[in-house]
Design a protein around this ligand. Sequence first.
Ligand code: ADP
Ligand code: MG
Length: 624
Amino acid sequence: MPDIIQLLPDHVANQIAAGEVVQRPASVVKELLENAIDADASEIKLIVKEAGKTLIQVIDNGMGMSTTDARLCFERHATSKIKTADDLFKLHTKGFRGEALASIAAIAHVELKTKTQGSEIGSHLKIEGSEVLSQEASVTPKGTTITVKNLFYNIPARRNFLKSNTVETRHIIDEFHRVALAHPAITFTMLHNNSEVFTLPASNLKQRIVAIFGNKTNVKLVPVNEETEIITISGFVLKPEFAKKSRGNQFFFVNNRFVKSPYLHHAVSAAFEGLLKDGMNPGYFLFLEVEPTTIDINIHPTKTEINFDNEHAIYAMLRSTIKHSLGQFSIAPILDFNRDANLDTPYSFAGKKPSIPIIEVDKNFNPFQNDRKTTSFRSSFRKEKTASWESLYVGLKDINEHVNASEENKIEGLNLENIEFESEEVTGNLFESSEEKTGQLTFQLQNKYIISPIKSGLLVINQHLAHQRVLYEELLKNMTIQEGVSQQLLFPLGLNFSIQGLKTLLEIKEQLENTGFVFSKIEKEVIEISGVPISISEKNIKNVLEQLVADLQDEVPDASFSQNDVLARSMAKSLAIKNGTALAEEEQEHLLHRLFACKEPTISPTNKQVFVTLSINDLDKKFN
Ligand code: ADP
Ligand code: MG
């Protein structure tokens, strides 16, 4: 057989990479704005026409590029921001992949004008579909102007896939807000179709928030500040009465990079507990600073998700800091306006000298005396877990079939079923452990229920139904806002379906693609898949799709909404962890956090109750 493998030409490789980096005009806006910030610009102007479909231009007064760099910056993996793999763990720039400009130049008409501080003359470069058309010397001010025209001109499928101008403009404005909020000291302007949409002078964070969201925002903000060894938290939350039904106004920045984190969101929501009406969402602009070596921002191609080393500690600190800020805020108006006259100093006391109050102290008290009492349930549980650890590997069978969601991958390959959660070491200490106070203590019953103490008693959660709810909301969201992230399969996977089955799948192809499926070929009875949503592991693909076809054929949905619904429900059902699957303690907690970040945590997409509460009252009655 002759040799058949060849290296892809650069422009093809760049186009493929562009698929990851540039999903829509807003992605270009984000990359260009971030480059301007990395170039230390103090003034950045964004000009957009027709929702970025015809023009996106970013003008900065940053450091500019030399003539050689102006050419090199469009090469793939060309970056000035990291040199060694080690640098990945101490990032201080927004970019580092060196892919953005190469990708953009592969799928648009791009022009670059740039000049560095010291040079007399700058460069002007034109590039289309990765091909450099011209490079000339040019008179231009210090800094860089990048002009991107006719995005996706050479990928019509992509271009057709773009949403209405209103939707695409919304996405651009979202990106603009995120960057502008993270850098209040930089002056930003944005023009859309020749009219000025935002003019944001250099300012502090509060002024920046007000400049973006309007004057009325000023009175709604509650400052949040906390500094500990592992994290510095600053920013603002919106007073509870300004909470909204929608999920807008929720911003997390970690080391000044915008991130999405359902986990952190949950911590904030927990701090607002009892202060918000049902279905209302808190608003926040929170900045978290941590040691760059303790986070991993590299897990997501568009870099908005994040992993922390100290996830649990950060959760607890964030929650208590915000609670504290909210507490201070609700006390403040009482002191200012509704002063209780009884607290005033009587006139007759005015001239008296204060005397030192006498405090009685139990000198014999030693907080460390009773060691036994301070052993927490959790630590005794941990001991138990490690003790039986080695025995877990004895007679290890493939239990992977039980574990369907790849998100729960951590538990694959470990047979935890023998662990006795009701360890003898569990004593009355349960209610004295510090973890109990933060409400994070969980354990698993019969590998089926997760038990978690709450203030008023106990929660008993069905793990399978809980995970169904979590996946269902995620999938539905991905389908409607089309943000499903897909993972490329190493080898495309061909699956056979009946003609009828294939027809059913074709009808929902678009929705499937929105969840993250990529279909490389659909012919006769074979469907070839080259990418899948990250929540699906390769061995599950067949199952999920077959179940889906079956479910869809059972129901005959009419409106596209209900079709999305059937799809999300079916996938959630087949992907959710099964009852009988052992979950590590962190996994139980993670599932709980995700469940309670859901819109409807109480009920599964299949209409079953997800958890029951057992109140202290209920228990008391049993002992009567
Ligand atoms: P990355 O930002 O990941 O390094 P990019 O493709 O976005 O990759 O940019 C490649 C390189 O081009 C950057 O590392 C930087 O050196 C240079 N560059 C891009 N935009 C600008 C700009 N606005 N000003 C100065 N240099 C820039
Ligand atoms: Mg960049």
